[in-house]
Write a protein that binds this ligand. Sequence first.
Ligand code: SAM
Length: 211
Amino acid sequence: MAKDAEEHKKDAAYKQAKREGYRARSAFKLLDIQHRYSIFKRAFYILDLGSAPGSWLQIAKKYAEINLTKYVDKYYHRDHYKIMGVDTKKLSSLEDIKIVKMDFTTPEFLIEVEKFFEGEKLDLILSDASINKSGNKFSDQSRQTKLCFQILKLTKFLKFKGNFVIKIFQGADFDNFYTEMKQNFMVVKSLKPKSSNKKSNEIYLIGLKKK
Ligand SMILES: C[S@@+](CC[C@H](N)C(=O)[O-])C[C@H]1O[C@@H](n2cnc3c(N)ncnc32)[C@H](O)[C@@H]1O
């Protein structure tokens, strides 16, 4: 019965995503995070890690475009945006977004980031990246956390007070990662988005204001 309810929810979210023009239903997870924490406020330089098929990039672009006209004041603003998405899987193009097909844990990726953003710091880094699940909850959790630690290193590209979103699986190593997040961000929040499968141990950590 519970399974049917989850399947129904997934199906409804899938249909809603299609209706609204999003490439995946994970779009609603990011929108949920945005509605609670306004992570896109004044975000012009954005990096999205693990982007395929691209719904988070679609949302990033929407907010970056809004920001161009919304924040024209004496505080931080830009007259253009730069968004980069990366995945090992092929991603179909999105206008005005740089897409790279590579493993973001490689040294070559660091060079790509430096080149594209011309050495400038980023306002926001998003990661919905996940390992290929084996089905073994313990080893999957541990592998995902390992990946998260690698991703956290990429926050060296964030500006002071920049924001960060990352998907992690709850389990044994979770506390270590959470502690590390606290050392890097002034505020750390966790959120299980409404559209996330209740049975899955995935959760998002939101690092607000990089130290
Ligand atoms: C859940 S999907 C992302 C969905 C995306 N946020 C969207 O809205 O369309 C996770 C992605 O992370 C990617 N990924 C995982 N590890 C990666 C790595 N080391 N380098 C590049 N991509 C990676 C996978 O290939 C997969 O496509």
